[in-house]
Design a protein around this ligand. Structure first.
Ligand code: ADP
Ligand code: TZD
Ligand code: MG
Length: 591
């Protein structure tokens, strides 16, 4: 490589340094290039971010070095993209932001990554340390390291160019080893311009060996779990997004099919086995949770999404009472067990190793669960599926969630490799229960927080990292959080088909201000035309008022792979408050 000092002007290669007398001895490398080389050395090929002081040149040079530099309109969306790229690839997703406000915009996504156990690194430029620490009022002044610390797994600052290699190596290890999560890396402006001898500089870079080491479970823990399962009359397996992340799909399938145990996929574990699998108990969820006697959790926490493993959902007498189930919990975090209820058989390790060990310990012959149990589940399932089919077959006018999602369901079935992005309340809950998934890691959604705003960032990351068609089913409120990234989708010409389920508001479009002065807080402009937004950027916009129009538009989007936004006009009375979690609403009950 040639001499690599100096900043590049827009569109130009880095300017060569003035030729010194002894070129060999003087060849130098600067902080910008050490960062890029350290990332490349570790197989990182994509950065999501937004340029500005002090990282503008870094974004140019990343692109110049042949990496994908995806520039967003708001850092939060770049951050969400990085977080889900981490989930999909097992490599830390990288988000690059400017100082204070850019950093803070990215921070929500870093916290989101940590909460969801996605590996991500937020790299942020920062202002002059001396001025920041004396609070003398620098441009975009903030002690970013201190702010980031409580919201991530680890946070590091690099002051010297020779430490860039170590900083990036530590960030990668922290992000992907053990329970994955978000890592913050602080690069003050001065770091980028520092030059060091090139040979020496490069010798400080580290190619991380085995960044996410296997963690094999203890044999006695595996034995304990298998013994517990052997005695079960009504066993159940719950697959969470940790199981999807682990990419050990064949082992998981073997466990489920060899034992014959019914299973429930959490939303982002849908498709790990096809949702049409005969052992899927999804359509009988409210029956199996209270009835099961031994539950095997694989990469799923007993948090609010599973009603904390107790209460009425699990057959408990009141909202805090234990339902009597015994739990096996397979998780990489040794601290997860007992977080909500007693875990009788924790199996700590990476899911691939744990499930392989369980499979081996099952032995040659394993008695399938009693037919009474599987038969009762099938009965519930068949009844619910038939009821749903009846609802889906209706064709009301205006279109409702069901008749629109009936179309989406068929489109996803015909395109099982397409990525499905999903956010909203009713738009989320109905999609999750109506649209079957057929392949692993195809469904990405609001995750552990039930967060709005991940939509367009997820679309960009899904398209860039998987190269597959992306279908996004978005509530109209949900879409609004990241809607401006439609420009990003058009700019990079990504195969994304966004369907805005437009019911004129948050949950419903029917609320009114009791005083008659303003619009109610949950309603939006009536009859808004979200499809026109994408037209402004050269994409395809379609207004769909019937299932037939929606079907035609989605099929055309997938055929053409053009950025498309379909405004699906949904009955504004069709939704319910907070979708399926009305009960979490302190005021809703009092109505
Ligand atoms: P869901 O929301 O789908 O129920 P959660 O996010 O609650 O899933 O749980 C994911 C769990 O998976 C976390 O407890 C995390 O520690 C665990 N996990 C993530 N990756 C791995 C892995 N490779 N091996 C084992 N456990 C993992
Ligand atoms: N802000 C953030 C960041 N996350 C949230 N979850 C919320 C606010 C609260 N919220 C929900 O939980 S769902 C939702 C909000 C604002 C939007 C629901 O409206 P929608 O979906 O149009 O997206 P439906 O189909 O109308 O229910
Ligand atoms: Mg809505």
């Amino acid at each position: 490589m040639a001499v690599v000092t100096g900043h590049a002007a827009p569109g130009q290669a880095p300017a060569p340094a003035p030729a010194p007398a002894d070129t060999q001895a003087q060849e130098t490398i600067d902080g910008f290039h050490l960062v890029i080389e350290a990332l490349k050395l570790n197989g990182i090929d994509t950065v999501f971010g937004l340029p500005g002081i002090p990282i503008t040149d870094l974004t140019r040079m990343i692109q110049g070095a042949g990496m994908r530099m995806v520039a967003f309109r708001h850092e939060q969306n770049a951050g969400y993209a990085a977080s889900i790229a981490g989930f999909l690839t097992q490599k830390p997703g990288i988000c690059l932001t400017v100082s204070a406000p850019g950093f803070l915009n990215g921070l929500t996504a870093l916290a989101h990554a940590t909460t969801n156990c996605f590996p991500m690194i937020l790299i942020s430029g920062s202002s002059e340390r001396e001025i920041v620490d004396l609070q003398q009022g620098d441009y975009e002044e903030m002690d970013q390291l201190a702010v980031a610390k409580p919201l991530c797994k680890a946070a590091f600052r690099v002051l010297n160019a020779e430490d860039i290699g170590v900083g990036i190596a530590r960030a990668i290890r922290a992000a992907v080893s053990g329970r994955p999560g978000g890592v913050y890396l602080d690069f003050p402006a001065k770091l980028f311009a520092q030059s060091v001898d090139a040979v020496h500089g490069r010798s400080t870079l580290i190619k991380v060996v085995d960044p996410a080491p296997k963690q094999v479970p203890a044999p006695e823990a595996v034995k304990r779990a298998v013994e517990l399962l052997k005695g079960a009359k009504k066993p159940l397996i719950v697959l969470g997004k940790g199981a999807a992340y682990a990419q050990c799909d064949a082992e998981i399938r073997t466990l489920i099919e060899k034992t014959g145990i019914p299973y429930l996929p959490m939303s982002m574990a849908k498709g790990l086995l096809p949702d049409t699998h005969e052992q899927s108990a999804s359509a009988a969820r409210s029956f199996v949770l209270p009835e099961a006697d031994v539950v095997v959790l694989i990469g799923a926490r007993l948090n609010w999404l599973l009603s904390h493993g107790k209460g009425k959902t699990w057959g408990g007498k009141d909202h805090k009472a234990w339902g009597g189930q015994k739990f096996v919990q397979v998780d990489i975090s040794p601290q997860e067990a007992d977080s909500n209820v007693r875990i009788d058989a924790p199996v700590v390790g990476d899911i691939g190793s744990c499930v392989a060990a369980l499979n081996a310990a099952l032995g040659g012959t394993w008695a399938k669960p009693p037919a009474e149990w599987t038969g009762a589940i099938k009965e519930r399932k068949d009844k619910n599926v038939a009821k749903m089919a009846e609802t889906l077959a209706k064709d009301p006018s205006p279109m409702n969630f069901h008749s629109a999602l009936n179309v989406v369901r068929d489109i996803v079935k015909a395109n099982p490799d397409a990525m499905l992005v999903n956010e909203g309340a009713n738009a989320l809950d109905f999609t999750r229960s109506i649209v079957d998934m057929y392949r692993p890691r195809k469904r990405i959604d609001v995750g552990t927080w039930g967060i709005m705003g991940v939509g367009m960032g997820y679309c960009v990351a899904a398209a860039v990292t998987t190269k597959q068609q992306v279908i996004a089913i978005e509530g109209d409120s949900a879409f609004g959080f990241s809607g401006m990234e439609v420009e990003t989708i058009c700019r990079y010409d990504l195969p994304v088909c966004i369907v805005v389920m437009n019911n004129n508001g948050v949950y419903k479009g029917t609320d009114v201000d009791p005083t008659g002065r303003d619009p109610a807080p949950t309603v939006f402009v009536k009859g808004a035309r979200y499809d026109r937004i994408i037209e402004g950027f050269g994409g395809v916009g379609v207004n769909a008022t019937t299932p037939a129009e929606l079907k035609r538009a989605m099929e055309e989007a997938i055929r053409s792979r053009k950025p498309t936004l379909i405004n699906a006009v949904i009955d504004e009375t069709a939704g319910t408050e907070s979708g399926r979690i009305t009960n979490l609403n302190p005021t809703a009950k009092k109505k």
